[in-house]
Design a protein around this ligand. Sequence first.
Ligand SMILES: NC(=O)C1=CN([C@@H]2O[C@H](COP(=O)(O)OP(=O)(O)OC[C@H]3O[C@@H](n4cnc5c(N)ncnc54)[C@H](OP(=O)(O)O)[C@@H]3O)[C@@H](O)[C@H]2O)C=CC1
Ligand SMILES: O=C(CO)COP(=O)(O)O
Length: 354
Amino acid sequence: MATAVIFGAGVMGSATSFPLSDKGHSVRLVGTHLDGEIIGEVKARGYHPGLKKNLPAEVKAFQWTELDKAFHGADFILSGVNSHGVRWSAETLAKVLHKPLPIIAVTKGLEAAENGDLLALTTVYEKALATAGGPGCSVSAIGGPCIAAELAARGHSCVVFASEKGEISRWLADIFRTSYYHVWPSTEVYPLEIAAALKNAYTLPVGIARGQADQPGGEDSSGARMHNPAAAVFGQGVKEIKYLIRSCGFNDSFASSLPGAGDYYVTCAGGRNLRLGTLLGSGKSMAEAQKEMEGVTIESLSIIETMERALPGLLERQIVAMDRLPLLDYLIRTVREGSAGPLPFERFFPEIHF
Ligand SMILES: NC(=O)C1=CN([C@@H]2O[C@H](COP(=O)(O)OP(=O)(O)OC[C@H]3O[C@@H](n4cnc5c(N)ncnc54)[C@H](OP(=O)(O)O)[C@@H]3O)[C@@H](O)[C@H]2O)C=CC1
Ligand SMILES: O=C(CO)COP(=O)(O)O
């Protein structure tokens, strides 16, 4: 059995304590400097306020001030911070880790190099750790449809663990796999991470389509609710995710499987990015919608900003063509203008010729 340290006590990181405990591993949940209240509750009564339930009784919680004790003797680390905390997390680990340990991250996000190349967060994490003087840890990623509350309810979830080193993704998959947490190991890190991040961005217009359709006039006199617009956006979203992964030189098969379409589906069924889109579609401005969702983790906006930064380099080198990305173009304008206009349906599916 292994000793796992979950670093970051948000809902997703904490939810992984269920399969890990059920497998008999020793689990330590370590809060960041922002997680004091959550860890206080877990220590006091085993209750996680974000997940709204008790964590498995065997989970040991540690405050940010107890890092040395928490990491002593660990076999691997599950990084549970969101994309805004990746650099902070790497710099902190550099101070407490005295030898390389495998790290696996639930984080979904994307960065761009100066020439427009997309950078997976595992690369960002590894570089930040090395720059801060930490040991040379290999960082793996998790992709696939897995809402934290469902995992914490031990509902079936199918995910992919990716590491460039196949032996690490296989080892981690064996550690986490239970009768309800189904894990496939892979070496395709970049396609997994690009798909996982982009589906958050492309969920926003699905929400916008829903919000716009739910407005007065969005329902027919027969009572028919309008699902067609959101479904068309979903179809175009999958096409653009696939196109971007392929154009950047990677295997695009994840776009239409778990880390892409599968995760896109679940996020459209009830994720936080969908809620932001729905508010925009209902006519609220970006500022109003963000105020309404204050304190909620929403990563689509930074992913859209990353894509806006990446595009000039990708277009100049003819890696992508803008006519294949009408939704991305729409999303960039929506963030820039701070409100959602009509969806560009007539520009969708340019590859279908009549
Ligand atoms: N929720 C879900 O169902 C799923 C989430 N994910 C991904 O997992 C990641 C975490 O999401 P989730 O658990 O939902 O989010 P939460 O907001 O619940 O938790 C995020 C964690 O990151 C910390 N954090 C946030 N900003 C910073 C920062 N600037 N510096 C240091 N730490 C920071 C949080 O602290 P604090 O608590 O104070 O905010 C918290 O520990 C995201 O990238 C998300 O896309 C993946 C699959 C499913
Ligand atoms: O990534 C997720 C499920 O896999 C959660 O999506 P949201 O961040 O939109 O809630």
